[in-house]
Ligand binder design. Structure first.
Ligand code: NAP
Length: 245
């Protein structure tokens, strides 16, 4: 039977690795992106090694664009099995006294409203004949806070709370879980600068950044039928970083 997964923000970083991993697991993949078209094409090339996929451009913070994305998906597929809400962004400077009102709102729009838009328009496409899976990508920052990323941390805290509320609302047909990464080697982390990365590695028991492929493995498990009794959970993957000293 054909299985279909939608991964938002699958042009780069963690989303790209999730799309490729799900293809390896036999899913056809809808690769959403916003700005990085050539990267999205590269993801598709890698997905095509295992299954098939389509690329759809949509800014997840824009409800109309997400609605159109849902229409395009339903033209191509009868239903979907998995939705991974991965698209996210940190807008810098993000310090409490430096972030502009515009960037504060934009951060919430991408990271929180983006998740709601995708669930709002894509939930009706989830297969009603079986248990299906929504996986949200949260962040350690959403639970522990962090200096310099006030709006982003607040947004990820909201994603964590939405995950728990929706798990209750959508059971027993749909599981809703979040994967909460620590510091993963992607553009988002490297943009923070080498000094911060060295500090993070020194303060991570495993002594390094995580690989996006390691996050993808966890997402693929939560997206599989092996995880049908797991819902409303926030699963950490951070090399021990969040344990503190
Ligand atoms: P990244 O390398 O910066 O990639 C971000 C991805 O999100 C890109 O594919 C980007 O697509 C997409 N995106 C951003 N804004 C979008 C929008 N408005 N609409 C649609 N797509 C959008 O970041 P990453 O590290 O892979 O992060 C992926 C997720 O993991 C995010 O939710 C992030 O908050 C979370 N996370 C990351 C880390 C980390 O250490 N890296 C830690 C905790 C949580 P385009 O380039 O095409 O616009």
């Amino acid at each position: 039977m054909k299985k279909v997964a939608v991964v938002t923000g699958a042009s780069r970083g963690i989303g790209k690795s999730i799309a490729i991993k799900l293809a390896e697991e036999g899913y056809e993949v809808v690769i959403n992106y916003n700005q990085s078209e050539s990267d999205a094409k590269d993801t598709l090339k890698k997905v095509n090694k295992y299954t098939k996929g389509i690329i759809i451009k949509a800014d997840v913070s824009n409800g109309e664009e997400v609605k159109k994305m849902a229409e395009k998906i339903s033209e191509k597929y009868d239903c979907i099995d998995v939705l991974v809400n991965n698209a996210g962004a940190i807008l810098r400077p993000g310090n409490w006294d430096k972030i502009s009102e515009e960037n504060f709102n934009k951060t919430l729009d991408i990271n929180v409203k983006g998740v709601h838009n995708c669930i709002n328009y894509l939930k009706p496409l989830l297969n009603k004949e079986k248990v299906t899976h929504i996986v949200n990508i949260a962040s350690t920052v959403g639970e522990n806070g962090a200096a310099g990323v006030l709006a982003y941390g607040a947004a990820k805290a909201a994603v964590i709370n939405m995950t728990k509320s929706l798990a209750k609302e959508f059971a027993p047909n749909i599981t809703v879980n979040a994967v909460s990464p620590g510091n993963i080697a992607t553009d988002m982390t490297t943009s923070a600068g080498e000094e911060l990365i060295s500090w993070v590695c020194e303060n991570t028991p495993m002594g390094r950044l995580g690989d996006p492929e390691e996050v993808a493995e966890l997402v693929a498990f939560l997206a599989s039928d092996k995880a049908n009794f797991i819902t409303g959970q926030i699963i950490n993957i951070n090399g021990g970083y969040a344990l503190g000293n």
